[in-house]
Design a protein around this ligand. Sequence first.
Ligand code: ADP
Ligand code: TRP
Length: 342
Amino acid sequence: MSGSDASGKVPSVRSSRILSGIQPTGRFHWGNYFGAIRQYIELQTTGDAFYFIADLHALTTVREPSRLRELVRDAAIDLLALGLDPAHATLFVQSDVPEVTELTWLLLTVTPMGLLERCHAYKEKKTKGLPADAGLFTYPVLMAADILAYDATTVPVGEDQVQHIEVCRDLAGTFNHHYGDVFVLPKARVLDGSAKVPGTDGQKMSKSYENTLDLFETPASQKKKIMRITTDSRPMEEPKDPEADHLFALYRLVATPEETAAMAETYRRGGFGYGEVKKAVAAVAERFFADARARRETIAADDGLVEKVLADGADRARSQAARVLDRAKRACGLSLRKAGRA
Ligand code: ADP
Ligand code: TRP
């Protein structure tokens, strides 16, 4: 982390800072893991990583306080159980860093309405004639503040979020144009397969389609869902193309390369029943997530552990965000008191 910005100037030499956020709007599913979380965890050793639970964003969809609290805690436990290591990555909750919401206001003052009107979350609601609040409308600006507050250089996101990173770059560019070199312009790093994990009905897995396989549901409940995965009704003897089948796509995520090759061969040969494949998916999935499941139980039972990780993360995140906020405020003519002292 650079200390040179204590002067109010943007640091000139920067190493890579990775940052991403994930919304706690439901329990994590296979799509979240294979499309995002697994890659965040892999990236934590490649640079200075900041990951946060986007509870302020979730407020636009979760309106039940006790449920939101539970989802935030579950998200933190899940991420730690899946391998996010606080020794490598700073893990924190978005709302624990109030500097970000203050920065959001500064950015809003350089945000054209038209830019937000084109953003997909709002546009989709509007097209469907659904009511949208100003929180959803300005969501990309909060997301831009999330990124800019930490001088992030690299933002790993799914394809659906690339538009928001463009908005962030746009706003940072405009602010810098008016006030000098304040913000670092981040780059999106599109995650592999971020649009591809199929759900139990063959469409993209998403909690909005109620077709998810959740990471930490019991093996029995998961098996039940897997046994109900929709399949086509072609006869058993007919050879099939594994690449065109969503059941096979799920199998390959959790099976070893050898098992995957053998299953592909079975498909091409034909003469098998989907019921057998489903049982195999359930069995390898249980094995794949067994260690994480055991770790999750230990972490959840350790009184105060999650709170401590999140408190440490928030301290680190706040000290970074405070420096950037101070830089931005001085640049646009606020914080006279602080500027006078420096
Ligand atoms: P949901 O669609 O269930 O509401 P989110 O939009 O909260 O999920 O997903 C957060 C991130 O998880 C996405 O930006 C994307 O990177 C990843 N993700 C979600 N669903 C999938 C999927 N079916 N396949 C691959 N990645 C996914
Ligand atoms: N909007 C992102 C999503 O729904 C979550 C998010 C919030 C985020 N702030 C962010 C992602 C900043 C990357 C950087 O998936």
